[in-house]
Design a protein. Structure first.
Length: 113
């Protein structure tokens, strides 16, 4: 399997959407590589896009939107459980009354509302 470098602008803009995620920049870079000319590709649906930076921003936003829609359609409970273990783990030192046990149920209810 080939390893492709991540363009500095892709890494910088992807970081605004996904922090230090090692996988999100790879996804965005794969889209950039597949499109060949990301500005021209984005301009097909967003003709007012003027720069590669704006095109990358739109690409990242689109990816996040698609991920959210996909998760909601296919496994919202599984995703919330996965995220809860990272964001609000049960037994965390900063949660002495174990409020984190309610986090998955509360987030799921709010997301689905």
């Amino acid at each position: 399997m080939a390893v492709y470098p991540i363009d500095p602008d892709v890494r910088r803009i992807a970081r605004r959407f996904a922090g230090s995620s090692p996988t999100f920049p790879k996804l965005v870079q794969a889209v950039v590589r597949a499109e060949g000319n990301i500005l021209k590709a984005v301009q097909c649906s967003q003709p007012d896009t003027k720069s590669v930076e704006d095109a990358l921003d739109i690409t990242c936003r689109s990816a996040v939107h698609a991920m959210s829609d996909y998760l909601m359609a296919h496994d919202p409970e599984g995703f919330i459980k996965y995220w809860a273990a990272r964001w609000a783990p049960q037994g965390a030192e900063n949660d002495p009354t174990n409020l984190n046990r309610n986090w998955p149920k509360n987030v799921a209810a709010g997301w689905k509302a």
